[in-house]
Design a protein around this ligand. Structure first.
Ligand code: SF4
Length: 331
């Protein structure tokens, strides 16, 4: 492993100052992805800035009714928090569907958003990969790509984003809070991760040196019926072949609000806006659900070995919509 400097920060300002002007620096939270990538030689930071002791470990309600989860809140603590379990069950379910108990006890909210694809070619220095080494090619496109993207991929990269938590946050309309040397800003989670396009080396819209300090869960989706479903090759400790997060509000036998996001299908959590548009105002029925989901998935461009994901995503999503509609007191 390449030698690196280790710095521990005790405030956000100290952390961002330690990063400023040093592009090879990386923030270290739980380390559950970054340290693995360092051992593989995929990440070779010159300096690690330990942000795990920053005072960002609270989950709290804000005066406007939103809920703020600090960036160093551990995934297991976020999943178990009463504000999350009561108001945003889709988030608790997504967190518990991710990784293993041991990893969730260490992994942080900020780190979860920044985890990198588990494409095996990305993790293998002997293989070509445009994300790891721009211009080297994409080993997966003509190689093993059963787990890869069917939506929004590019000629240069067909990787998927691995987070379950981010899919629930995208459906909930959550915001990412960022701090850099120029101050604070927020971005919708659904716009935080990028599609690969011609820059697959960039996973997110984060600026150099910016630090995730928290996520904000909006009052508009608090308490609405919501659920997360994930299909994978093993019952636990496996990434999604396809997953879906749904928030559904049915009133007077019509869909008043619906938010759908897919995981395991694209380079970022995929907000299914066509499906949402097709369902708004409709009576909740199997036919309406199928029509809406197909309106979204007609944009899919499956690869040689992953066409099964289209049907899998369709069935998962229709099933979650049906269950939420059936359990709605006003349906
Ligand atoms: Fe690299 Fe993306 Fe191709 Fe995987 S899919 S080998 S991450 S360029």
């Amino acid at each position: 492993m390449k030698p690196f400097r280790y710095v521990r920060a005790y405030s956000v300002e100290e952390a961002t100052a330690a990063h400023a002007g040093r592009p090879s620096s990386r923030y270290l939270g739980g380390g559950t992805n970054l340290v693995d990538l360092m051992k593989l030689g995929v990440e070779r930071p010159g300096r690690l800035i330990d942000v795990s002791r920053l005072p960002l470990d609270a989950v709290e309600e804000l005066p406007d009714g939103s809920v703020r989860a600090g960036a160093t809140v551990r995934n297991s603590d976020l999943a178990a928090h009463p504000l999350v379990r009561d108001r945003y069950p889709v988030l608790a379910q997504a967190l518990l569907a991710g990784a293993s108990g041991q990893l969730r006890n260490v992994a942080t909210t900020g780190g979860n958003l920044l985890q990198r694809t588990r494409c095996p070619y990305f993790q293998d220095l002997a293989k070509p990969c445009n994300k790891r080494e721009p211009g080297s090619g994409c080993g997966a496109r003509d190689g093993v790509h059963r787990d890869h993207a069917i939506l929004g991929h590019s000629r240069l990269c067909i990787a998927t984003h691995p987070s379950d938590m981010a899919v629930a946050l995208a459906a909930l309309g959550a915001q990412v809070e960022l701090h850099g040397v120029r101050g604070r800003r927020t971005l919708p989670v659904a716009e935080f991760h990028r599609l690969p396009g011609d820059r697959p080396d960039l996973d997110t819209e984060i600026a150099p040196g910016e630090l995730i300090t928290g996520v904000l869960l909006p009052p508009s989706t608090a308490g609405l019926p919501s659920a997360y479903r994930k299909a994978r090759d093993r019952a636990s400790y496996a990434f999604a072949l396809a997953s879906v997060a749904v928030v559904l509000d049915v009133e007077d036998s019509a869909v008043r609000q619906v938010r759908i996001a897919f995981g395991g299908l694209a380079h970022r959590p995929w907000r299914a806006r066509e499906a949402e548009r097709a369902l708004l105002g409709e009576p909740p029925s199997d036919e309406a659900f199928l029509r809406a989901v197909d309106a979204e998935l007609c944009a899919a461009e499956p690869l040689r070995d992953n066409a099964f994901k289209v049907r899998l995503a369709r069935n998962l999503t229709c099933d979650v919509l049906r269950r939420l509609a059936d359990s709605s007191p006003a349906s």
